[in-house]
Design a binder for this molecule. Sequence first.
Ligand code: SAM
Ligand code: F3S
Length: 459
Amino acid sequence: MAKLYIKTFGCQMNEYDSSKMADVLKASHGYELTADPEAADLLLLNTCSVREKAQEKVFSELGRWKEWKAARADRLIGVGGCVASQEGEALAARAKIVDVVFGPQTLHRLPELLEETRRTRRPAVDVSFPEIEKFDRLPEPRAEGPTAFVSIMEGCSKYCSFCIVPYTRGEEVSRPLDDVLAEVDSLVAQGVREVTLLGQNVNAYRGKMADGGECDLALLIHLLARFETLGRIRFTTSHPAEFGDALIEAYAVEPKLAGYLHLPVQSGSDRILGMMKRGYTRAQYLDKIRRLRAARPGLALSSDFIVGFPGETEADFEQTLQLIEEARFDSAFSFIYSPRPGTPAANLRDNVPEAVKHERLARLQARIRSLGADYARRLVGTVQRVLVEKPAVKGGGRLAGRTACNRWVNFDIADGAPGPLSRDPPEAWIGRFVDLEITEALPNSLRGRLVQLAEPLAA
Ligand code: SAM
Ligand code: F3S
């Protein structure tokens, strides 16, 4: 059986794409995934170019793969994702060991590209954007556990001045509604209880409906909520400028929509937001959050920040820190600005000293960590609904699941309310929603005590 090894860098979209590459190649050539690169006949690198560091990793990884290629010339090497999309032919020219170069929108063509390189003995390159064709050509989704990602759109048309994504993944294209519903239907039939709708900017979703109309994200959420055994719906990422009233209203009326939102803000300074071309002001962002929290009290909020954008002054950065206080994020991803060739911001003079960037990042991260710890402490003593996802990392028969607010909780079925189900083995609990009383907040997880099974068991 031919073996496939995939190394993935970057975002959840890339994780999703990598799993689709494995599906496509299993269907076309019977490739089986392996975690051991040295055992692989085909090695794929799914790359990220959102920051320079991520991009550099690609070439150092390929450097490591050189000897494996030298050891077995019939071994094939492919590079996909955003670096591949950006570099195209140039990538194969620079890294001679590469046989196939494909983009985020052409991964479904991998089987043909492999055949082409085998036939011609030259690199096969396809980094085009053939719109939605990718989804039509993917095999049936395979569920791996009770949670699943469902990509509902591709690309981004926001063109934030610092961001490479619209150039590497193309403009926004939504999957037709019926395709998304069919995918969720299949996942639910395989036991999936929670879906995360994926896209760079999912609130721009405009799926074609069979009657010729358009379905937005709010309507999609309402339609998905009708799947009886689907207990929880999440989405990521969304953009503050397009966060409309219908979506805010969904938080008020749709209990299956998780009370957690990742809403990247990037900066708290209007001057910087303008230079970033984000399309909203600090006040508008805070107003959205106020309305969201009115719709869903207790909503947990996370965000993305960029520090050290060209021209960012101490006063600009202070405004970001103040925004963090006002919004009370409980987690965040934060990055030092990385100029990306071809983006408008790359032409701005980068006048923030490196040491200042690092110091700002450290201050911001310390504040977010402390808010996150406060949030976790406030959860102690509350009862949280958790979807049991897997055995706890430390084992011992304990289980792990996530709260609606996206926190991991470990618990032991033997420690809690005794019930007719407590004799079930731990594996039988995976995929069940349970109510846990949070007993302890640890730095990266919570500990809980079983209060009750949160639902009637399916027959
Ligand atoms: N769709 C998301 C949004 O609404 O902003 C962003 C997706 S982007 C791939 C993920 C995060 O990477 C961004 O939110 C931003 O914080 C960060 N990022 C993007 N370009 C960057 C750059 N040039 N330098 C540093 N961080 C960057
Ligand atoms: Fe990038 Fe802005 Fe889109 S950060 S992914 S261009 S919303």
